[in-house]
Design a protein around this ligand. Structure first.
Ligand code: FMN
Length: 350
């Protein structure tokens, strides 16, 4: 039985361990991936990128979403789309951008994606799904993987059937499976037995996704499914320490200073990537994740500050969503931490 820290190969690409950053739309850009890498992720997968936008050279998509940092490798870029010719063209661009692996989204249940025939809608159209996968390999020359749901609704196992077909008839290098059906969205308990059956059947690496929010959940799912690797999704939001916990075996919670320093690292890169105005809006989704870590830190340190922090959390979250600059949002968080009377954060340049 391999362990999470064992190296493995995906279509000839060497990957140093089995802890992978999952694709996260609107989140998994180059610096979020780089952050996961800094904390030990063996492989990082990009947020899903529209094959149409890449094919038609949408300026912002190509400049921002196809950007790869030199220290991220190995990196997998995820595309979505249902037109094989468009996919081949987009795949070529993704390879030129420097991706090591190309991942195809065949699991997204969002109507905006499915109504174009892409994402989970491809579970209903096996022939098209196979054409799209072949086109992606032809266009990119890269190992192609596919991320799937188990099915569209309860009891539907079309995702598993498609996984087999993709391996046998489109030569995919690996399959990521999120064993919740598409109509569940991200709710409900993932059915790891389904992953186990796919692992037993397919000769290519099977990666497991779903419900991997704590180190214990990750270790249990890895053992129960026999998957080649685990995909950390919501569990990794504002929590790169989860990678270190799994890869290095560290089990200490980050201190308030470490959480604040990490948030500053993210803010700096968001501003450099998007400019101050767009970064101010973009970062709003990040603050609650880091705040959660800071409150966790409180919980481990003392009871009274925790109660204080919990009381002010709602107000603080609202204020962070309306802060007019990232400077003011950052100051609000630091002020809240200092108010709790815990360790004074080491203030970095504002
Ligand atoms: C905000 C968000 C964005 C996501 N974006 C993508 C995506 O772009 N591509 C994809 O294949 N899956 C996407 N997913 C699904 C995740 O990769 C993962 O399969 C899912 O969250 C289940 O894992 P979890 O329960 O550990 O969070 C997204 C999930 C969330 C919560």
């Amino acid at each position: 039985m391999p362990t999470l820290t064992d190296p493995w190969k995906l279509g000839g690409v060497s990957i140093p361990n089995r802890v992978v950053l999952a694709p996260l739309a609107g989140i998994g850009n180059w610096f979020v991936r780089l952050q996961a890498k800094r904390y030990g992720a063996g492989l990082v997968v990009s947020e899903m990128v529209s094959s149409f936008a890449v094919h038609y050279r949408n300026e912002r998509t190509c400049r921002e979403l196809l950007r790869i940092h030199p220290d991220e490798h190995p990196v997998s870029m995820q595309l979505f789309g249902a037109d094989p010719d468009v996919m081949a063209s987009a795949a070529e661009r993704v390879a030129a951008a420097g991706a090591d692996v190309l991942d195809l989204n065949m699991g997204c249940p969002v109507p905006k994606v499915c109504k174009t025939g892409a994402g989970a809608a491809l579970l209903e159209d096996e022939d098209r799904a196979l054409e799209v996968a072949r086109a992606a390999a032809r266009g990119s020359g890269l190992p192609v993987t596919v991320k799937l749901r188990s099915g569209l609704h309860a009891g539907d196992l079309r995702g598993l059937r498609l996984a087999r077909a993709l391996m046998e008839r489109a030569d995919v290098a690996g399959v990521s499976i999120h064993p919740r059906h598409a109509s569940q969205g991200h709710r409900g308990v993932p059915n790891y037995d389904l992953v186990r059956s796919l692992v037993d059947e397919l000769p290519v690496p099977v990666l497991v996704s779903g419900g991997l929010h704590t180190a214990e959940q990750v270790r249990c799912a890895f053992a129960a499914t026999g998957a080649a690797a685990v995909l950390l999704a919501r569990g990794s939001l504002g929590n790169p320490w989860l990678f270190a916990q799994l890869v290095e075996g560290t089990d200490t919670r980050p201190s308030a200073e470490q959480v604040l320093a990490e948030l500053d690292w993210v803010i700096e890169r968001a501003v450099a990537h998007l400019g101050a105005e767009r970064a101010t809006r973009y970062l709003r989704k990040f603050y609650p994740w880091y705040l959660e870590r800071l409150l966790e830190e409180r919980i481990s340190s003392a009871e009274a500050p925790r109660l204080h922090a919990r009381r002010t959390e709602g107000k603080l979250l609202a204020a962070l969503q309306t802060a007019s600059t990232f400077h003011s949002a950052r100051a609000l968080i630091r002020e809240a931490v200092a108010l709790d009377g815990a360790t004074e954060p080491a203030l970095l340049d504002a």
